[in-house]
Design a binder for this molecule. Sequence first.
Ligand code: C5P
Length: 209
Amino acid sequence: PAGLVIAVDGPAASGKGTLARRLSAHYGLPYLDTGLLYRMVARAMLEAGHDIRDAAAAGEIVSRFDQGAFDEDTLRGREIGEAASVVAAMPAVRSGLIERQRRFAGQPGGAVLDGRDIGTVICPQARAKLFVTATPEVRAARRHKELAGRGEEATFDNILADIRRRDARDSGRSDAPLKAADDAVILDTSALTIEEALAAAIAIVDRRR
Ligand code: C5P
């Protein structure tokens, strides 16, 4: 692909979304938060009253999935994140979402995509791949602050438990598990401010341009 495709992967609350959004602004590229796709499937499952583990129902929802509006705010809650990681382990859900992600990445100038499997499965040819991590405690603290800002009540300990459970599920699934691509650069943001992480990410991308 001729365009500059930047793959940003990493675990929940690692800072990858913020970084990806800032990179898209810096390079003037469109940005897709692929977690929202799995969150939309999860929400449709919950709204229809399906058991979240019902893979046949989830496959059906994905096959009829239309673009729809991304009303991001209602998708970012805790319950939907948890449900999203359940449907995201289902091969029918993953395969049903591949094309739309690849089409987005194929835009002429390139694109920034963030998720779990962008560098490994969706865009293995991406020009630059970042794997963004931070310790579970740092991620829980960030998510705690974010959720508090949204008015969602949850203790630090509960959020840390959520994060550990989601890490285990995302890393342990057989289809497109969370892991760094061989050619990804690992960026640990535990001790970095957003500005420091952004500067490090830009330096990594610029080396690949
Ligand atoms: O990144 P976010 O927390 O919004 O993602 C929600 C869930 O969607 C993740 O826990 C993961 O299970 C799933 N996901 C995925 N592959 C992606 C993006 C998200 O499996 N590319």
